[in-house]
Ligand binder design. Sequence first.
Ligand SMILES: Nc1ncnc2c1ncn2[C@@H]1O[C@H](COP(=O)(O)OP(=O)(O)O)[C@@H](O)[C@H]1O
Ligand SMILES: [Mg+2]
Length: 303
Amino acid sequence: MTDNTTGTHGAVLQDGAPGPDGLLVELRGAGKSYGNIRALHGVDLKVHAGRVTCVLGDNGAGKSTLIKIISGLHQHTEGEFLVDGQPVRFTTPREALDRGIAAVYQDLATVPLMPVWRNFFLGSEMTKGPWPLRRLDIARMKETADQELRNMGIVLDDLEQPIGTLSGGQRQCVAIARAVYFGARVLILDEPTAALGVKQSGVVLKYIAAARDRGLGVIFITHNPHHAYMVGDHFSVLRLGTLELSAERSEIGLEELTNHMAGGAELAALRHELAQVRGVDVDELPEDGDLGAPVATSPEGTP
Ligand SMILES: Nc1ncnc2c1ncn2[C@@H]1O[C@H](COP(=O)(O)OP(=O)(O)O)[C@@H](O)[C@H]1O
Ligand SMILES: [Mg+2]
């Protein structure tokens, strides 16, 4: 059993020894097959402390498969997976967590009717008193949750409110602060902004940057190149299970990244096909090099 009476920061996590350049996690030619479905193949990826690595790609590109390998839900079937330079093969998320790798999923594992502070400590409650009289240390949990959220710049009016009353963006932020408190070194976020509006997405992006500034290596999964470019240091684009692009921020602009995501070549083919269909005005479609800004569409469809 875990003893949290000391409330030590990250008591349950091992200290890691990242490489000299802060390299925490590395994939080398990694792949994964589900039976005879090859979901991922030949992927190289590096996650450094204090940097945001963005993984982009369309639906079915293999993004979730990739992070399931890193977070211990699935095992790779080809290539290598290294943590702190050592080859690893996790069989449970617990093993990944013990090495400081924490994943925040879109469908967050929270109990909606429980207060925010209670959710913050869910599964790792602080206790006080000697066994067998040990009980929850409610005062200290509330105080710590409040302090930790403030440290991340997250200000909530009332930590007694059920977490279900928070917005999706706020819940993501609590989950990020929680992972930071429990000693995560690598934070994996699977499409944290996918279901959020513009303003809430901005808030989540702000805390991704805050986690990075606290020295975590962040893996940010998204299919939104605009969100990725706001916080990303490195961009890896997956396409049909393979790495289509791997570029440092200095090597690529937002427009080019957007183009990679939209699949410039495919769009050209689509334009060509649509041109054969009567009634579709291809001039209304974006040009290959003109995908930087969202395309306005008229609500009535084609004029
Ligand atoms: N458990 C599974 N069994 C069989 N095929 C799977 C499984 N999980 C994912 N796949 C397949 O692997 C491919 C990549 O899926 P996924 O990693 O979920 O992509 P993404 O997260 O980028 O949308 C898809 O073709 C998907 O159908
Ligand atoms: Mg997915």
